[in-house]
Write a protein that binds this ligand. Structure first.
Ligand code: SAH
Ligand code: F3S
Length: 457
């Protein structure tokens, strides 16, 4: 009765939350299994950001709940954003769900499972579904440290949550509703977590939040023009053992001179920035309630390239926001091309009920969204191929993460966040090694490690 399978939908924050739930469950004696057919408890950690993501998780829950017919003790839980967004209403469609736990209550999951399990073992008839989607005071700290238990694989890179929620109120976005108000974790706790991770061998830290550039704005003062977020980066930078720092996601509004300048003086800060643009039309940006212009956006990109000419960029774009005309899309295309992204997440606008944009008329036809999507994807593919061609024959620093998908070779990422695949000795996992790139597909670089001169342990 203690085998748990966790399926995660959506963003890195969800991945991180699932990892934390898994660690808490292991610490309580549960076993985390990789085979969904061999579990007693299935937890779906869900995403609400677009309709397709919601449908996928709800469909899965409906399908899996049939298992109760032949496995009566089976426990099914829905966690995260859909749970938060829909709460008890989920039971209309999914009456057999045992547990519905919102985004501020992940830390309660082990306790709830203990209760459900005890009831099952005592033969108590299956009662009401447990639903907990309340707000939690101090919830910026409820998912705290990465507990690492014996059976967890050694970690090379880690996501560290620095902030929960978002107050930006972009008019298309459900996240402020599913993740609640913006709350920042205390700086010394974040630094302490990073120090612990470094002692356990973690080399790369990704600081996570919905709008990391606003980190600590209510809790800490600027010092000599340096924002609390940059102060935090400086502190993580000072930790021995941490070799690479990334963060996601900044907001163009908060991307000020101090952060640009940090790239010039903090070498551990990787030359890769994910900077959501959403649209290249000033009118659409305004309608989205995104407080910057296309000109300001481009200025940030140019300033970063001036400080680090080898900077890699990725972005988020929404095509087909209500009322987006061909000319407005053309502006997005133009800015998209000008920024020369290495990676991009391009989304077709999806109506999210309860958001201001859902009330706008003038929805864009699906086929138009699809066409616009393809235009940007084509540019992205060409950019990626161009970038890869430049990298052929060069030597890049790679952090060896572990076996690749097929388990035959090894994988790791460059500082610019490109995925690489190569042959390696397992003892190199967790090491920074030079890789000579000799082949590339659109999304992956292949090469040979250059180990002469790299001392071995
Ligand atoms: N600040 C967050 C954004 C979370 S949502 C971050 O850390 O990335 C991720 C992306 O989903 C957004 O940047 C946006 O491009 C996209 N998105 C959000 N709401 C959407 C909607 N209603 N339709 C389509 N895409 C959406
Ligand atoms: Fe969503 Fe905008 Fe915040 S995209 S997460 S409301 S910055």
């Amino acid at each position: 009765m203690n085998r748990v399978y966790i399926k995660t939908y959506g963003c890195q924050m969800n991945e991180r939350d699932s990892d934390a739930v898994a660690a808490m469950l292991r610490a309580r004696g549960y076993r985390i299994v990789q085979d969904e057919n061999a579990c007693d408890i299935m937890l779906l950690n869900t995403c609400s950001v677009r309709d397709a993501a919601e449908q996928k998780a709800i469909g899965k829950a409906g399908y899996v709940s049939h298992r109760k017919k032949h496995q009566p003790d089976f426990v099914l839980g829905i966690l995260g954003c859909i749970a938060q967004n829909r709460g008890a209403e989920l039971l209309d469609k999914l009456p057999d769900v045992d547990l519905i736990v919102g985004t501020q209550k992940f830390h309660q999951v082990p306790g709830y499972l203990d209760n459900l399990r005890a009831a099952r073992e005592a033969g108590v008839p299956i009662g009401e579904t447990i639903i907990d989607i309340a707000e939690e005071a101090g919830s910026q700290n409820t998912i705290k440290d990465h507990f690492v238990s014996e059976d967890a694989a050694p970690q090379v890179n880690a996501f560290v949550s620095i902030q929960q929620g978002c107050n930006m109120d972009c008019h298309f976005c459900i996240v402020p509703k599913t993740r609640g108000d913006e709350r920042s974790r205390p700086m010394d706790e974040i630094v302490a977590e990073c120090e612990t991770l470094a002692r356990r061998g973690v080399k790369e830290i990704t600081l996570l939040g919905q709008i990391v550039t606003s980190y600590g704005r209510r809790d800490y003062a600027h010092t000599a023009g340096v924002s609390p977020f940059v102060q935090l980066i400086e502190k993580v930078h000072a930790i021995d053992g941490i070799e690479r720092i990334r963060f996601t996601s900044p907001h163009p509004r908060g991307f000020k001179e101090d952060l640009v300048e940090a790239y010039g003086r903090l070498p551990k800060l990787c030359e890769y920035v994910h900077l959501p643009m959403q649209s290249g039309s000033n009118r659409i940006l305004k309608a989205m309630n995104r407080p910057y212009s296309r000109e300001r956006y481009k200025e940030i990109v140019d300033a970063l390239r001036a400080v680090r000419p080898d900077m890699y960029f990725s972005t988020d774009i929404i095509v087909g926001f209500p009322g987006e005309t061909d000319e407005e899309f053309e502006q997005t295309r133009e800015l998209f091309e000008a920024c020369n992204y290495d990676m991009a997440y391009i989304f077709k606008y999806s109506i999210r009920s309860g958001t201001p944009a859902a009330e706008l008329g003038d929805q864009i036809l699906d086929e138009v969204k699809e066409r616009r999507n393809q235009v940007l994807l084509d540019i992205l593919r060409k950019n990626s191929e161009r970038r890869n061609a430049i990298l052929l024959g060069t030597v890049e620093e790679v952090l060896v993460e572990g076996p690749d998908k097929n388990g035959l070779r090894f994988t790791g990422r460059t500082r610019g966040n490109r995925v690489t695949v190569f042959d390696a000795d397992p003892r190199l996992v967790g090491r920074l090694v030079p890789l000579k790139i000799d082949r590339a597909s659109v999304s992956t670089l292949y090469g040979e490690l250059q180990l002469a001169g790299v001392e071995s342990d």
